[in-house]
Design a protein around this ligand. Structure first.
Ligand SMILES: NC(=O)c1ccc[n+]([C@@H]2O[C@H](COP(=O)([O-])OP(=O)(O)OC[C@H]3O[C@@H](n4cnc5c(N)ncnc54)[C@H](OP(=O)(O)O)[C@@H]3O)[C@@H](O)[C@H]2O)c1
Length: 284
């Protein structure tokens, strides 16, 4: 057993905190502490093979030079308030949230502690979900925090982006790609189910199609990866789709909103009849 590496403390033994712990342990740098508020979560983490601890009071963080607040978004501010005063002044404290900027970490900043965030652009469904090979968004209040979090990302096998400006715009981008494939699957599945296909059959058929389309989009890029009637300039087929969706307003709205962006991608590709398609969607 590799002894724990002093210096890193992870607060929160849910999916994200545990996934980070797992990867650091894999490379022989297991954090010194994986701590969570409730014994129920600690037990679940231990059942998954993590040495999680819990307790009613905060553990001793004084040896930690990097403290990761791997707690739910809504808890970050409160945890920061209650931890202020118990972190080393030369430490870096970071949260893992995509939605939050660094404001909830203000209690640390007020003490002169460098703060930041590292948001893995990964859907971490389980404690053992791998982070390696994905991208993390890093934000920081000081170069020392950026350095420490970039180093952490590198150890996790992740490359780094540093979005600036409105955090909600960043998180909306992550939500569109991370959460809406499910919405596309459900919308399309409603149509197949109305044609006598069972839920299971439509999920399998459309799920496979979704995987292929997502691979095309990711590997070739949005414009080059686009297929279908819009990029072929087939105005009549698109008109027939819109007519066929007249009894399902929400799915039709989804088609129109996505179709408008697809028309601009098709324009980029030099597709025929772009202005006719644009006019068709503009009238919707
Ligand atoms: N899962 C993902 O796909 C993903 C991806 C990127 C980033 N993140 C970010 O990672 C962070 C943790 O999310 P998660 O997915 O790991 O959530 P999770 O699996 O639900 O775990 C939540 C953790 O937060 C702790 N917690 C909740 N409320 C708390 C409070 N008031 N005080 C102290 N601890 C509290 C829980 O502790 P107890 O259960 O012990 O109470 C648990 O350890 C979030 O900021 C999230 O946005 C998640």
């Amino acid at each position: 057993v590799t002894p724990p590496t002093p210096g890193v403390a992870i607060l929160g033994a849910g999916r994200a905190g545990s996934a980070i712990y797992a990867r650091l342990r894999e490379i022989g740098e297991a954090p010194a502490l994986l701590w969570t508020r409730s014994e129920v979560t600690a037990q679940a983490a231990r059942a998954d093979g993590f040495p999680a601890e819990s307790g009613a009071t905060w553990p001793d963080f004084r040896s930690a030079s990097l403290v990761l607040l791997a707690v739910s978004d809504g808890a970050v501010g409160g945890v920061a308030q209650s931890l202020a005063g118990s972190i080393r002044p030369d430490a870096v404290v970071a949260h893992l949230s995509g939605a939050l900027d660094l404001t909830p970490l203000a209690p640390f900043s007020a003490e002169g502690i460098a703060v930041g965030s590292l948001h893995p652009l990964v859907s971490i469904a389980q404690r053992r979900t791998s982070l390696a090979g994905a991208v993390a968004a890093v934000a920081s209040s000081a170069p020392s925090a950026d350095e420490r979090l970039s180093e952490l990302a590198r150890k996790l096998g992740m490359s780094v982006i540093r979005p600036i400006g409105d955090r909600a715009r960043y998180h909306a981008a992550a939500s569109i790609v991370g959460n809406f494939p499910q919405v596309l699957l459900e919308g399309a599945s409603q149509l197949l189910r109305s044609l006598g296909i069972t839920e299971q059959e439509s999920q399998r058929a459309l799920g496979l199609l979704l995987q292929g389309a997502a691979r095309n989009a990711a590997e070739l890029g949005p414009a080059a990866g686009l297929t279908g009637p819009i990029v072929r300039g087939d105005v009549e087929v698109v008109q027939r789709h819109l007519n066929a969706l007249s009894d399902n307003g929400e799915v039709r709205d989804l088609y129109v909103a996505a179709g408008r962006i697809a028309v601009e991608l098709a324009r980029h590709r030099g597709s025929p009849r772009i202005d006719d398609l644009k006019a068709l969607f503009a009238g919707e």
